[in-house]
Design a protein around this ligand. Structure first.
Ligand code: PHB
Length: 387
């Protein structure tokens, strides 16, 4: 019936469709580069749990594809970031890297992701530059920039009538950029910020710096610490008695995922963040219940960011019919996604960073309770981003 040429053509077409089929049924290889040790270990675990919870809720598949996980413990060590991310990209040949918690590590990852054109989602690290000069088509974030929650805290502290503040942070991008965000918001509201006291990450010997705060007597203190370091700082601040005369403010990392360990010391503290523990929306309630049932612990901001990273990947896959290699469609789908996040719906800016409400929260018991919206739909200025 068929001429030999037609037969060859038909065979070629069959082969092509078979290989396309194979490609679209193979699992998506997801590389998780998160801290499994050190002061941020718990944050990494919450991100991973959040990501996997979303995939599990979807029956183990997103965009019609199964997910296969590859992991490295990045130890929150920027010096090892290049080697670590290359284990995922070169050795494991992952389709996408998800990471990390620490800004310095994420910058190392983003540099390699840019050079190798690897798809990347940042599920925490706030390094401003990833939304600025290092922004790229293939790099997305489901968390925040260090500037965002800190700027909102500065605005609120000025509104609360404080005039003279000091900042205290770890001496790396997250700390110095958060301090800068606070200064922007506080000085816009008429306040003045004195010295930024710092100590190396992840040190927790705060005594000398607390003595310095006592000597300078500002009328408010802004601090960036997170994880195990935040637990110790809040306790030390209260033990020093400073909290009696000088209120302590910070981006919500100071009290998120830490309240059980901080206990009494954190009670009444006011912070700003893109999440709170009692948003009481159907979406968030369902998420928190599902998370608590699965992991026997309460969700926090890190869990939300991990969960949303899976949602963002799904948006890209859906736009590309499940074909992760169809990069233009994946990127387009991710860039245009509206994420139905437990924190509230959000979209991404042109620089691929969430445009989101920053909530005002106050600690009561083991919850960061919602007190209002500090700033609605806050976008990072994305200075220097050209895409
Ligand atoms: C960061 O390094 O960007 C960082 C780490 C922990 C946080 C927030 C930001 O909770």
């Amino acid at each position: 019936m068929f001429t030999p040429t037609l037969r060859i053509l038909a065979a070629a077409m069959l082969l092509a469709s078979a290989s396309a089929g194979a490609q679209s049924t193979a699992p998506i290889k997801v590389g998780l580069m998160l801290p499994a040790t050190g002061t941020y270990a718990n944050l990494g675990q919450m991100i991973e749990n959040g990501f996997k919870l979303y995939v599990a809720e979807k029956g183990g598949k997103i965009g019609g594809r199964e997910i296969q996980y590859f992991k490295v413990d990045d130890e929150s060590d920027p010096a090892k970031a290049t080697d670590n991310v290359n284990k995922l990209i070169k050795r494991d040949q992952v389709d996408i890297v998800i990471g990390s918690v620490h800004s310095g590590v994420a910058m190392g990852m983003a540099k390699v992701a840019r050079e190798t054109n690897t798809l990347m989602i940042v599920p925490n690290a706030g390094a401003d530059i990833i939304t600025g000069a290092m922004c790229a088509k293939n790099i997305f974030r489901t968390s925040f920039t260090n500037w965002q929650p800190a700027y909102a805290m500065g605005v609120v502290a000025a509104k609360n009538g404080h005039k003279k503040a000091m900042t205290i942070t770890w001496n790396y991008a997250a700390g110095t950029e958060a301090a800068k965000g606070f200064v922007d918001g506080f000085e816009k509201g008429g306040g003045k910020v004195g010295q930024n006291l710092t100590l190396p990450f992840p040190n927790v010997e705060f005594q000398a710096l607390l003595t310095e705060i006592a000597a300078q007597k500002p009328d408010a203190v802004f601090a960036f610490f997170a994880g195990g370091g935040a637990v110790k700082f809040v306790k030390d601040y209260v033990a020093s008695g400073l909290n009696k005369t000088i209120p302590l403010y910070g981006p919500g990392f100071l009290t998120d995922g830490t309240l059980e360990a901080q206990g009494e010391a954190a009670q009444g503290m006011t912070t700003t963040l893109h999440y709170a523990d009692n948003l009481n929306t159907p979406r968030d309630n369902a998420f928190r219940l599902s998370f608590a049932k699965t992991y026997k612990t309460n969700a926090d901001v890190y869990a939300v960011q991990g969960y949303d990273a899976a949602q963002l990947l799904e948006a890209g896959l859906n736009a590309a019919g499940g074909d992760i290699k169809n990069r233009d469609k994946v990127v387009d789908g991710m860039a245009k996604a509206q994420i139905d996040s437990p924190r509230g719906k959000f979209t991404l800016s042109a620089a691929h960073n969430p445009v989101q409400d920053i909530y005002l929260r106050q600690v009561k018991g083991n919850l960061n309770e919602l007190k209002g919206v500090a700033i609605k739909a806050l976008a990072d200025p994305a200075k220097g981003c050209k895409m």
